[in-house]
Design a binder for this molecule. Structure first.
Ligand SMILES: C[S@@+](CC[C@H](N)C(=O)[O-])C[C@H]1O[C@@H](n2cnc3c(N)ncnc32)[C@H](O)[C@@H]1O
Length: 229
């Protein structure tokens, strides 16, 4: 029980064989995510999050020393995984949703993350308040299921454009669940001078025995890499 709301705790296990001849060793990480049963958008782990987290897990040796910013973190599975793998992570949530920000902090605490590994701040897409300017150098921006509703598409793109302009070497990895074939960010990418590549997901998790279709839970999930054009 927390804040009068019943929580369930989901366990996510990331495990891969270590490529060392003659051994059966595995590299493994367990992440616990508390979820509120009366789920709001931010207190439930959406199906894109484990997909993005698995992608980061498969690139975990590139993460130590990197500063990663997660947008619209919600329960923050990908960002927490990145912090556990050695990145310094800034988890962000809408600044006007204090309960959601509190929930992100709770997710960090449950996983034993310390203040030198992760910080949680309010950052509302399309709004340029003090926090947006105090992020410092960024190597990677991540977001899971941020493109969930067309009314927020341009706000996200504007924020990402600002962050990429200040960090030209950075990229935005965005996993999203296809909800309507009519929705598109193509015109916004063009308008804001951004480039987008689809990262193929068909072999994600294969070397760890993960079935990508099971991971996607019958949803169509895409992973985009967005950079400056
Ligand atoms: C569909 S949920 C995805 C949550 C989480 N990333 C996941 O995949 O499980 C969308 C998230 O974006 C956040 N959000 C919505 N509008 C926002 C805004 N204008 N600025 C920042 N975050 C926002 C919500 O609070 C929520 O956490």
């Amino acid at each position: 029980m927390s804040d009068g709301v019943i929580l369930q705790v989901k366990k996510f296990v990331f495990s891969s064989p270590i490529n060392r001849s003659g051994t059966n060793d595995v590299d493994s990480l367990e992440i616990l995510i508390p979820e509120q049963l009366q789920a709001s958008y931010s207190s439930y782990t959406w199906p894109s999050a484990p997909v993005l987290a698995w992608f980061l897990w498969e690139h975990r040796f590139e993460l130590p020393g990197k500063h990663i910013v997660e947008l619209g973190s919600g329960t923050a599975l990908p960002g927490i995984l990145a912090a556990k793998c050695g990145a310094t992570v800034t988890l962000t949530e809408s600044a006007i949703l204090p309960k959601s920000l509190q929930h992100v902090k709770r997710c960090c605490e449950v996983n034993g993350l310390q203040s030198n590994q992760v910080r949680v701040i309010g950052l509302t897409w399309g709004l340029f308040l003090a926090n947006t300017f105090s992020l410092g150098p960024i190597d990677l921006i991540i977001g899971s299921d941020c493109f969930y509703e067309p009314s927020v598409f341009e706000d996200i793109i504007v924020t990402v454009t600002f962050l990429l302009e200040n960090n030209p070497q950075a990229r935005f990895l965005s996993a999203y669940q296809e909800r309507s074939a009519d929705w598109s960010i193509e015109h916004l990418l063009h308008k804001w001078n951004l480039r987008c590549e689809h990262i193929p997901l068909n072999s994600l998790g294969a070397s760890s025995g993960i079935d990508i279709n099971e991971l996607m839970q019958d949803h169509t999930i895409h992973l985009l890499e967005i950079t400056r054009a």
